[in-house]
Ligand binder design. Structure first.
Ligand code: TXA
Ligand code: MG
Length: 361
């Protein structure tokens, strides 16, 4: 494992160019070469940055688990360039997987299907299923094409920490544990893909994400997709049924709380001498007053629209964590379909650390 910091290569591919520039091709060739030799490369995707290794090389996969300090019981998502590559990794191709992949790939949705024999045990944590995703980010698509093999890639952060949405976040979190970081800019969605278990009928959402239940229902038909258990009500059950879906995840170092009356809560914490970061969608006189009263308060205005909120969420948590504050307060977000993915991430980030490791990453 390398001890020095990895190279972070900026790879640009302007929308106006149908083919990448020679420099970009060279960076991708270098990444493909490292992966071919069992290396670890951080890759940009439209959701969050991934920590990639050749999915069919069990030794390389073990390096991912070591670098992230991820428990071997938590399976990885395998990234493919098209449906054909996905099918080569599956023992069966359920109707739900066929419909989702035909309509929504490439894109931020992962299908869980029966696992094919070529997939190493380490990838699936010994399970009978494999999670497959076809990313939209064209740099990563080009990389998989060049390699000609699928890439296993969890989010490129240490276990339980906030996922990275920039190359800089990856460098900070995994530093000297990886070989190369491909810097493809900020991630567009900002939160991880929706994960759908297609091995059962109706299909079941294991992790809410950018592709909503409503979109999945349009693709699969009414009643053909079960919502994941609402975290607010069923944390324990959900954790037991879906590997890796433990309560605490995506958590900054600074304790985070969600509050339905955030202005009052912030005022109360400030009175007790705490230094606070407040993520708020309200821009009104109450927070202006609080700000004027205290130098111990950092107010971060957040978008009122859930897709934009999601895009900014992790970058904001990374930035505010650097300030060494006592607490982060976030306005409670609505318990509606449109906010479900953001709400899930916030509730997990707000869950206190347990006495033993949960294994989420
Ligand atoms: O957007 C994403 O999905 C990002 C980017 C890099 O593609 N990846 C990502 O990977 O979020 P990770 O490892 O951080 O989260 C994958 C989730 C975990 O909760 C894992 O337990 C679950 O998917 N998962 C993986 N394989 C599974 C399987 N066979 N059955 C059920 N859940 C699975
Ligand atoms: Mg993760």
């Amino acid at each position: 494992m390398p001890r020095s910091l990895p190279d972070t290569v900026l790879i640009e591919w302007p929308q106006s160019l149908s083919q990448p520039a020679p420099d970009t091709e060279r960076a991708l060739d270098r990444a493909a070469d490292l992966l071919r030799h069992g290396g670890l490369v951080a890759i940009p995707t439209e959701t969050v940055y991934g920590l990639a290794a050749d999915a069919l090389n069990a030794t390389a996969i073990e390096k991912i688990f070591r670098a992230k300090q991820r428990p071997a019981t938590n399976p990885l998502i395998v990234h493919v360039v098209d449906v054909g590559m996905a099918q080569s990794l599956a023992a069966e191709w359920p109707a739900a997987a066929a419909a989702i992949t035909a309509e929504l790939w490439p894109g931020p949705v992962t299908v869980v299907v029966p696992r094919g024999t070529s997939v190493p045990d380490t990838v699936t944590a010994g399970g009978a299923t494999v999670a497959l995703r076809c990313p939209q980010h064209r740099l990563t698509r080009r990389l998989i094409e060049k390699l000609g093999r699928p890439l296993a890639a969890p989010s490129a952060n240490r276990s339980e920490a906030v996922s990275p949405t920039t190359a800089h976040h990856v460098l900070e979190s995994l530093g000297n544990r990886i070989d190369l970081i491909l810097n493809g800019g900020s991630c567009d969605c900002g939160i991880e893909s929706t994960v759908v278990d297609c091995t059962q009928v109706p299909a079941r959402i294991l992790r809410p994400g950018p592709i909503s239940r409503q979109i999945l229902e349009e693709v699969l038909g009414r009643g053909m997709v079960m919502e994941c258990d609402r975290l607010s009500r069923r944390v324990g059950l959900q954790a037991a049924r879906a590997p890796g879906q433990h309560a605490r995840h995506y958590a900054p170092q600074t304790p985070l709380e969600l509050s339905p009356c955030a202005a009052d809560r912030v005022a109360c914490l400030l009175r007790s001498g705490k230094r606070i970061g407040w993520l708020t969608t309200q821009t009104n006189s109450a927070n202006a007053r609080l700000l004027a009263q205290s130098r111990e308060l950092v107010i971060v205005p957040m978008p009122e629209e859930p897709v934009l909120f999601a895009r900014q969420l992790y970058a904001t948590l990374h930035a505010i964590d650097q300030r060494g504050l006592d607490a982060i307060v976030v306005d409670a977000v609505p318990d509606t379909e449109a906010w479900q993915a953001v709400r899930d991430r916030l509730l997990r980030a707000a869950t206190p650390a347990p006495a033993i490791a949960t294994g989420e990453s």
